[in-house]
Design a protein around this ligand. Structure first.
Ligand code: NDP
Ligand code: 8X3
Length: 250
């Protein structure tokens, strides 16, 4: 993977940050994206080298295309896109959930991921090579109570991934998704709008996955020979059976 170019969205935290570190160790050149510039700068320091930093909100269609277009030409031939940016907002039944939360999830997790893909693709299509790894979730495979819109957004990522793989198949561009279960990151703090105890309780007694463990799996997907595609990878903490059955330590 040495000297390949990877663009990672949502690199300012959690799985995206850990994936950047894992790819940097393998000598990959990084384009790091997120909304928090100071975090991108801290990550750039941590991984070293000369990463390109792009600050934009994936929901802002024009900003997505401008950001990718602003890359120096040598950086535009992206070999690997890790579509990781996304979050849950709220955990509520449909009848009481907030429309703002719904917009944030559908616009970010679904449309944002599609915009970034569309912005990066012309270079892969011209080169007739490349790889796209999307962050789905176990929440996109099964629905859990009060998660209907987050789960819908991740089910959309799953189906978008499958369609994209069909569309890009004649070009030899590889497409896959990874679907983690519970990973302890800033994810639940964002979901619960900063309520730290509630966020911590999500991972109580579950021996949740770490961001680094998911990053290792993403790295595995990225480094298999070009004739191999890891199309769909579900990764769970052993104490988690599916999206809503857990064996928590008492
Ligand atoms: P974090 O909250 O730690 O990280 C989320 C990342 O996404 C941040 O870097 C954030 O950056 C970025 N992001 C969120 N919204 C936007 C936006 N609108 N525009 C640009 N960047 C955005 O969570 P995780 O690392 O856990 O989550 C990463 C991905 O993994 C998500 O897609 C999530 O749905 C998925 N996932 C997480 C699981 C978990 O249990 N944690 C399990 C399964 C899947 P910034 O705020 O700087 O913009
Ligand atoms: C994140 C996993 O179960 O918190 O996608 O929704 S879960």
């Amino acid at each position: 993977m040495k000297n390949k170019i990877a663009l990672i969205t949502g690199a300012t935290s959690g799985i995206g940050w850990a994936t950047a570190e894992r790819l940097a160790e393998a000598g990959v050149q990084l384009i790091l994206c997120g909304r928090r510039t100071e975090k991108l700068e801290a990550l750039a320091k941590a991984v070293g080298g000369n990463p390109q930093l792009l600050t934009f909100d994936v929901r802002d269609k024009a900003a997505v295309f401008q950001a990718v277009d602003s890359l120096p030409n040598a950086w535009k031939s992206i070999d690997l896109l890790v579509n990781n940016a996304g979050n849950a907002h709220g955990l509520d039944p449909v009848q009481t959930a907030s429309l703002e939360d719904w917009d944030a999830m559908i616009d970010g997790n679904v449309k944002g991921l599609m915009y970034v893909t569309k912005a990066v693709l012309p270079h892969m299509v011209a080169a007739k090579k490349g790889q796209i790894i999307n962050l789905g979730s176990i929440a996109g495979k099964e629905v859990y109570p009060n998660g209907s819109v987050y789960c819908s957004s991740k089910a959309a990522v799953d189906f978008f991934t499958r369609g994209l793989r069909i569309d890009l198949n004649p070009l030899g561009i590889r497409v896959g998704a990874i679907h983690p279960g519970l990973v302890e990151t800033e994810f639940s703090e964002v979901r619960f709008k900063g309520a730290q105890t509630r966020a911590k309780n999500v991972y109580e007694g579950i021996e949740a996955l770490t961001a680094e463990e998911v990053a290792d799996a993403i790295f595995y997907m990225a480094q298999v020979p070009e004739k191999v595609t890891i199309a769909d990878l579900v990764i769970l903490p052993t104490r988690q059976a599916n999206a809503y059955v857990n064996n928590r330590m008492k």
